[in-house]
Design a protein around this ligand. Structure first.
Ligand code: AMP
Ligand code: MG
Length: 399
């Protein structure tokens, strides 16, 4: 149903998240799973380390008591490298030359690191004391078999992928990544490489949105531009909807006579859920669903508005489709260098840069001002009709 009232940004996000669901589960090789979200809970099947081993290059020693004193010497009976266990067993007063990660000989009390020893014939002499259990990594000390290692909805970052690889896994079950089509609208838009005529600007939202989609972990199926022509727009939108789970449109969602997006969506049977949100920048913002279940986002054409509405509304939807347990943006508490004043009845997302815990607004806070945005890495929300004094602590949304 078409809703005329302007929604708050919280209402808008709730409506979007109520409509989108995680996509299908697929099994992917670990090498192709980075950035995806786990579709399963996993427990360790292999302990870490799997066997007692040496933490240093040095000598495995057998001695009685709490430590072997400096000056003590041990007879070297062999060498144990990382790899197959040679099966040494140490008696008190004996040593085995050992390397990092090598299995400990039976009877080892402690490992003396190479730098704390010297060789005297077929013996090793300690130049520093070696205490019981020193430089020994015990089996299961890092991770036990059966211990929980991954939760459904957690992102597979490089460190989690490495843990799965260390478990001997080759694949992991993840949610599919949405295929996203991006369509920029506007008669004034010119592609790179062409001369700029009177009244024309270079098209930049295609690059902006494609990069944002990829940074979210979703995949870009198509990026193109179309003129403000109802027929061309409808054809381009029909093709995009056939090939994608998500269609992001930029421009043409305002109330001007040249804003053809809404009528074209109607023609294609896309149900508009809402089309205005009370935020600055970004008031004209449309969300709808096609008959086949694709999500459609109509973003305002102004580049800063496109950026802010993507971060607040599109990114969480993409993350939800990818199965993320947490779709909220990363925020940090910082001190604002300048007074942030919002006389508008809509909340204002101010663009700025965080350096050493201090937020510095960047450039003109206007929706076309791409230069200031290019210097920014954070947004601060200023509530309608309020002023945040310089020096106050604020929540900065990382971007
Ligand atoms: P619209 O939302 O179509 O009314 O566009 C609002 C403003 O954004 C206008 O100044 C457009 O020229 C500009 N704009 C629209 N689309 C793009 C785009 N793809 N790249 C850069 N600027 C754009
Ligand atoms: Mg336009």
């Amino acid at each position: 149903m078409m809703t005329g009232r302007m929604l708050t940004e919280h209402e808008a996000l709730e409506k979007i998240l109520a409509e989108v669901q995680p996509l299908a589960v697929e099994t992917r090789p670990l090498r192709n799973a980075a950035g995806r979200f786990a579709a399963v809970d996993l427990a360790a099947t292999v302990a870490s380390p799997p066997f007692d081993n040496s933490a240093m290059d040095g000598f495995a020693l057998a001695f009685g008591g709490a430590e072997a004193a400096a000056g003590a010497n041990f007879q070297i009976i062999g060498t144990q490298a990382a790899g197959p266990d040679a099966g040494f067993a140490l008696a008190d007063g004996q040593a085995v030359r050992i390397f990092t990660g090598a299995p400990l000989p039976a009877g080892t009390t402690g490992v003396a690191m190479q730098e704390d020893t010297r060789i005297d014939g077929d013996a090793v002499v300690l130049s520093d004391a070696c205490s019981r259990d020193e430089f020994i990594r015990r089996a299961g000390a890092d991770l036990c078999r059966g211990q929980h290692i991954l939760s459904r909805g957690e992102r597979l970052n490089p460190q989690r992928l490495a843990l799965l690889a260390s478990q001997g896994r080759a694949t992991v079950d993840v949610f599919a990544a949405p295929r996203v089509a991006i369509l920029s609208t506007g008669d004034e838009l010119v592609p790179a490489g062409q001369p700029l005529g009177a009244g024309q600007i270079y098209e930049s939202n295609g690059v902006l949105l494609a990069a944002l989609v990829e940074a979210s972990g979703a995949s870009v199926a198509d990026v193109r531009s179309v003129h403000d022509d109802p027929v061309a727009l409808e054809v381009a939108m029909r093709l995009a909807l056939e090939a994608a789970d998500v269609l992001i449109l930029s421009g043409g969602v305002s109330v001007g006579e040249r804003d053809f997006v809404k009528p074209a969506l109607h023609q294609l049977g896309v149900r508009t859920n809402f089309w205005r949100v009370a935020i600055k920048p970004g008031k004209p913002f449309l969300f709808g669903r096609s008959g086949t279940g694709a999500s459609v986002f109509g973003l305002p054409g102004n580049p800063v508005s496109s950026f802010v509405t993507f971060l607040l509304f599109v990114r969480p939807a993409l993350l939800r489709m990818m199965g993320a347990a947490d779709v909220s943006p990363v925020t940090q508490t910082v001190r604002t260098e300048a007074t942030l004043k919002n006389g508008d009845p809509r909340p204002h997302y101010v663009r700025g840069r965080v350096e050493a815990g201090v937020f510095h607004p960047q450039g003109r806070q206007e929706s076309h001002a791409l230069f200031g945005l290019s210097r920014s890495d954070a947004l601060v929300r200023v509530a309608p009709g309020t002023e945040i004094p310089a020096g106050a602590m604020v929540a900065a949304i990382a971007c």
